[in-house]
Design a protein around this ligand. Sequence first.
Ligand code: IMP
Ligand code: MG
Length: 181
Amino acid sequence: MENLYHEFERILVTEEQIQSRVRELAAEISEDYRGKGSIVLIGILKGSFMFTADLARHLTIPHYIDFMALSSYGNSAVSGAVRILLDLRADIYQKHVLIIEDIVDSGHTIDYLYTVLKTRKPASIKTCVLTRKVDKAINTPIDYLGFDIPDVWVVGYGLDFAERHRTWPFIAELKKDAYQD
Ligand code: IMP
Ligand code: MG
């Protein structure tokens, strides 16, 4: 593979750290939902595809997988400027729903998603977020959190920069000159 490491400032979360935290989260989730029937995991594309797959593999409770794709209109700093590119296949009415997100930055995406899914009247709705940039005020409760990370641009394990670097097994901080003028 082409050597792209020179584009990274540093590795923020190693593959081992991710895999160990994913197993812990899966154990916690399995414990919390045990005896409640099947849950619906909603992976948010594209960024959560790896996290959703790894997490699901370690769950010991019955579950279904569904996906949604969302996009911010241009400037994602504008509140509410989120739209649905791909919606769920199945109805979530009276189902236990767990949103799986790769990253929470401003929180606009997850706030929007949470509000929209609530109107469909699921039995319950919780959120599982792999990474959260610290010190951001968001409305939506994060029920399961992988890692707090600094406010820098990160890539890998599903996360991209202009569609690049998504498939690394670790999370790296991109060098600032790669994304800032
Ligand atoms: P929000 O600002 O919390 O709405 O985050 C919007 C979306 O921006 C996230 O779902 C990610 O797709 C993307 N995003 C935010 N920060 C990063 C990052 O550091 N790396 C890659 N994607 C990010
Ligand atoms: Mg995302």
